[in-house]
Design a protein around this ligand. Structure first.
Ligand SMILES: *Cc1c(COP(=O)(O)O)cnc(C)c1O
Length: 228
C-alpha cells in the first residue's frame, strides 16, 4: 500500500464526524509531502523542534497537531503556528501555552489529556484532577487558550475489551462535562482517541479525531531522525 492509498482509504472509511490526524513523527519530509499530495492536511508530531523544522519546510496550510508530552520550555517553538495541542496535562503547561500564545497574538486550542490506561507510564490527568482544574480560578486569567476537548490513550494490550472499556469511560466523562457548566475558555467538542492498533474501537466509542501513524507511513525509524 502506498501512503496515498492509505490516506484515501482512511479518509473514506472514517465517519464524517471523525478527523484523521496523520502522525508523521520521525518520518521524513518526502513522506509527508506524499500524504499532502493525497489531500491530507492534518499532521501529528510529538517533538516541538521537529515539528517547527517541518513546519518551516512544508506548505503553510498544514495543520500541525502536537500529540506528545510537551515540556513547558518547548512551547515557544510551536506557539506561532500550532493548530491544536492534544496532550495538556498540567496547569503549569496550560499557563505557559497561554503566555506564548499571547506573545503571538493568538488563541491556541488545547485538549486535556486524561489518563485512562492501566500503565503507570502514560501521562495525563485523572478525572478528578480535570474537575479540579475546571474549578480552578487561575483558569479565568488565561485568555489565550481554549480547552476544546479531551485526549486519551488506551492500554497497549491485545485485550480489546479492556481497550473498549477505557475509551468508553473517556467518552462518558466527556459527556458528563458537556452537561455541566464550564468556564468560558472551555467547550467540549473534540475527543481525540484511537491509534493504528485501536482506532476502530475508538471510532465506535465516539472519537472525533484518530491519530494514525504506522498504518499510513509504515514503521518509524527512530535512528534516522535528527532531532536538532
Ligand atoms: C505515535 C503516536 C500515535 C500514532 O501511533 P501509531 O501506532 O503509529 O498509529 C498516536 N498518538 C500518540 C500520542 C502518539 O505518540
Amino acid at each position: 500500500m502506498t501512503i496515498k492509498n492509505n490516506i484515501v482509504r482512511y479518509t473514506q472509511s472514517l465517519p464524517p464526524g471523525c478527523a484523521l490526524i496523520a502522525v508523521s513523527k520521525t518520518q521524513p519530509i518526502e513522506k509527508i509531502q506524499e500524504a499532502y499530495a493525497a489531500g491530507q492536511r492534518a499532521f501529528g508530531e510529538n517533538k516541538a523542534q521537529e515539528m517547527a523544522r517541518k513546519h518551516e519546510q512544508l506548505p503553510k496550510d498544514i495543520q500541525w497537531h502536537m500529540i506528545g508530552h510537551l515540556q513547558t520550555n518547548k512551547v515557544k517553538y510551536i506557539a506561532p503556528f500550532v493548530h491544536l495541542i492534544h496532550g495538556v496535562d498540567s496547569l503549569k503547561l496550560l499557563t505557559e501555552i497561554d503566555k506564548q500564545a499571547g506573545k503571538n497574538n493568538r488563541i491556541i486550542p488545547c485538549l486535556l489529556q486524561v489518563h485512562i490506561a492501566e500503565e503507570e507510564t502514560k501521562f495525563g490527568f485523572s478525572i478528578h484532577e480535570v474537575q479540579e482544574l475546571l474549578r480552578n480560578d487561575a483558569l479565568s486569567n488565561l485568555n489565550h487558550i481554549r480547552i476544546i476537548g479531551l485526549m486519551g490513550m488506551a492500554t497497549f494490550t491485545d485485550n480489546m475489551e479492556q481497550v473498549q472499556k477505557e475509551f468508553r469511560s473517556l467518552k462518558q466523562f466527556f459527556t458528563t462535562l458537556q452537561n455541566q457548566p464550564l468556564p468560558k475558555q472551555v467547550v467540549m467538542q473534540e475527543l481525540s482517541m484511537g491509534m493504528s492498533g485501536d482506532y476502530e474501537i475508538a471510532v465506535k466509542e465516539g472519537s472525533t479525531m484518530v491519530r494514525i501513524g504506522t498504518s499510513i507511513f509504515g514503521e518509524r525509524n527512530y535512528a534516522s531522525v535528527n532531532l536538532q
